[in-house]
Design a protein around this ligand. Structure first.
Ligand code: SAM
Ligand code: SF4
Length: 325
């Protein structure tokens, strides 16, 4: 089975959000007070999440990334991941985390079958980190990264680049890949919550590369089939790689291979689109065929391109923590 959208893109990657709760309050993702929490009875049970994942895999999804909110704060996550990793046909199980609980949970995550971990890290300076995340947790996140590395779990670091806030650290983050096999992803800031003056925060991918090229030579790397929309490069002689997620400035949608299921059971073809399908009732009913048909229908309606630009955000405010990034 293969999910293919109307413009011929193969959809083989599912981002599965298991919670909208989080132990951080990143300014680009949540207001300081947090987002209004989904009522407990609106959040999919692990059984429903597993059923959704199994229907998606039966439709041709090969890679699942478990995300949130912060997935590691949901009780029972390790058992869920262990179960998910046994799903026949699933080629890759990955996790995105803010890293706060990674040092303590890393060994159990590895035993549960998590093959790759993306860790969000926006600054190497404690004050800047705390200003962005509103939590003083840099040392725990760095310990989490060290744990993943010790466990031989491939580490990807996601840095949301914001002008005047952390963009002075671009070269320092690129340097992390020189001696360690890290993959550092520079993510263009997205105006999810349309904070006032957000346009000034956006550093386009072209500028990010230009600023890194002032001190490093790098070469593009060929894409592999499950890698998604990032463009990747290797600094000459570096062990790791750098990558760009240029959600706003372009070169992004053509390679989109993603489908998203939110913690409350909405399927989304595009992060920025208001179009979604609520499959929670179908998941509760437990019949695979209607769920698979709903996934297929949503993929058929997946937008060719989002309409966000570096200066205009023509979307409703969306809760990144509920969708999973
Ligand atoms: N809590 C986990 C974490 O932070 O890694 C997983 C969920 S988080 C919503 C997933 C990803 O979305 C993170 O890498 C985060 O940096 C990114 N993200 C959230 N809001 C964003 C925004 N406004 N612009 C760009 N990336 C964003
Ligand atoms: Fe939490 Fe991740 Fe959102 Fe930060 S980006 S507030 S860690 S869900």
């Amino acid at each position: 089975m293969q999910l293919t959208d109307a413009s011929g893109r193969k959809i083989n990657y599912l981002r599965l959000s298991v919670t909208d709760r989080c132990n951080m309050r990143c300014r680009y993702c949540m207001p300081v007070t947090g987002v209004e929490k989904l009522p407990q009875n609106k959040i999919l049970s692990y059984e429903q999440l597993f059923f959704a994942a199994s229907c998606a895999v039966a439709e041709g999804i090969q890679k699942i990334r478990v995300t949130g909110g912060e997935p590691l704060v949901r009780k029972g996550i390790l058992d869920f991941l262990s179960h998910l990793s046994t799903l026949p046909g699933l080629k890759q199980l990955a996790l995105t985390t803010n890293g706060v609980l990674l040092a303590e949970m890393g060994p159990a995550l590895k035993r549960a079958g998590v093959q790759r971990i993306n860790i969000s890290l926006d600054s190497l300076h404690p004050e800047v980190f705390t200003k962005i995340t509103r939590r003083n947790e840099l040392s725990r996140v760095l310990a989490g990264i060290a744990t993943a590395e010790r466990l031989d779990i491939p580490v990807k670091i996601n840095m949301v680049v914001m002008r005047g806030i952390n963009d002075s650290e671009l070269v320092a983050f690129a340097d992390l890949t020189r001696h360690k096999n890290y993959s550092v992803r520079f993510i263009e800031y997205m105006p999810a919550n349309k904070e006032k003056g957000w346009q000034k925060l956006v550093v386009p991918g072209s500028e990010i590369l230009e600023r890194i090229s002032a001190s490093h030579d790098y070469m593009p790397i060929e894409k592999i089939s499950l890698s998604g929309p990032a463009r990747e490069y290797r600094i000459t002689g570096a062990k790791g790689t750098i990558g760009l997620i240029t959600a706003l400035s372009g070169h992004f949608c053509d390679d989109c291979n993603r489908l998203r299921i939110t913690a409350s059971g909405k399927v989304k073809g595009c992060l920025f689109s208001d179009v979604d399908t609520d499959i929670s009732a179908l998941l509760r009913a437990g019949e695979p065929t209607p769920v698979r048909m709903a996934l297929r229908a949503l993929v058929g309606r997946k937008s060719v391109r989002h309409e966000l630009t570096e200066t205009v955000a023509g979307h409703k405010i969306f809760a990144m923590a509920g969708i999973g990034g």
